[in-house]
Ligand binder design. Structure first.
Ligand code: G
Ligand code: G
Ligand code: MN
Ligand code: NA
Length: 262
């Protein structure tokens, strides 16, 4: 349909833009980074979310140049953010999270392009966290994991996105160069009511305990209320993201947020 034909030129026309959603340390409420979320300002349809065009971009292969642009733009932003607020937060390096689709992972230029983008921007690899979905890595062979391993060795963080939806073999986690589990929003939803859904509580408790025993940090998504945040903090989750803290917004918003809390 119409979007398919407009997509290839949208990148040249500069119709994509990025919103950033803060990642907050649950222990002290300090901002420790942000996730980059791409949008398309379509000349007729207005702002389109990623679910409207990422699948299309993956299908047509445009995801490779689009993903490269997102990475470049986010790293540029990370640099500005670090120049203003420093490279470290109370909870570790200040990072920008960028989503990586499976097609980008199997694209042979990924590692070198990422290195080049970081070097050109003069930004250390620890400014970057790449989010890969659990489903993309299920049954991944070594060829697919190799680029992620190399990036991880350089200091890039790797997060497993949408964790808990993909039926992955938990023992498999040890094989992955992943340091962070991003718990899918569906689990956070069970904490919305009070008392929280007991089954969801047990599941999250189990995941956190497993993750920590493997030296993985847990980030929770979709936190919409203070009660949820408190519950998830008590369960031992490390980092949170959600409307309770901030909706995705323009990069200028990042400067308004206090980075280090007393
Ligand atoms: O923007 P929104 O909050 O609706 O994000 C929906 C999903 O779109 C996210 O879960 C994320 O996985 C995906 N997404 C957002 N930005 C990007 C991007 O730059 N690249 C890829 N591959 N996926 C993205
Ligand atoms: O990469 P991923 O699909 O996980 O991206 C996060 C998505 O979740 C984005 O589409 C973002 O707009 C959305 N989102 C972020 N915070 C919240 C929240 O607190 N509640 C809900 N319902 N959605 C959220
Ligand atoms: Mn994500
Ligand atoms: Na997710």
């Amino acid at each position: 349909h119409g979007l398919t034909t407009a997509l290839p030129t949208a990148l040249e026309r500069g119709e994509f833009f990025i919103e950033y959603q803060p990642l907050v340390h649950l222990g002290d409420g300090s901002v420790r980074g942000a996730e980059a979320l791409v949008r398309w300002l379509h000349p007729q349809h207005g702002v389109l979310g990623p679910d409207r065009f990422i699948p299309l971009a993956e299908h047509t292969g445009l995801i490779v140049p689009l993903g490269r642009w997102v990475l470049e733009e986010s790293i540029r932003q990370a640099r500005a953010w670090r120049e203003r607020h420093g490279e470290e937060t109370a909870a570790g390096p200040l990072r920008i999270n960028v989503n990586l689709s499976p097609c980008q992972l199997s694209h042979p230029g990924l590692v070198q392009e990422t290195v080049d983008i970081l070097e050109r921007a003069g930004v250390a690899p620890d400014a970057l966290c790449l989010e890969v979905t659990e489903s993309a890595l299920i049954g991944a062979d070594d060829d697919l994991l190799k680029p992620l391993r190399r990036l991880a060795e350089m200091g890039v963080d790797i997060a497993l996105d949408d964790f808990g939806t993909g039926y992955s073999n938990l023992a498999n986690l040890r094989r992955l160069p992943v340091r962070i589990l991003k718990l899918d929003r569906s689990f956070t939803r069970g904490m919305q009511q009070f008392p929280a859904d007991p089954v969801d509580l047990k599941i999250v408790e189990g995941i956190v305990s497993l993750a920590h025993s493997l030296d993985l940090a847990v980030t929770v998504e979709g936190v919409e209320t203070g009660a949820q945040a408190e519950q998830l903090r008590i369960l031992g989750c490390d980092t949170a993201q959600g409307w309770y803290y901030a909706r995705p917004g323009p990069p200028e918003r990042l400067h308004e947020l206090a980075l280090v809390d007393a």
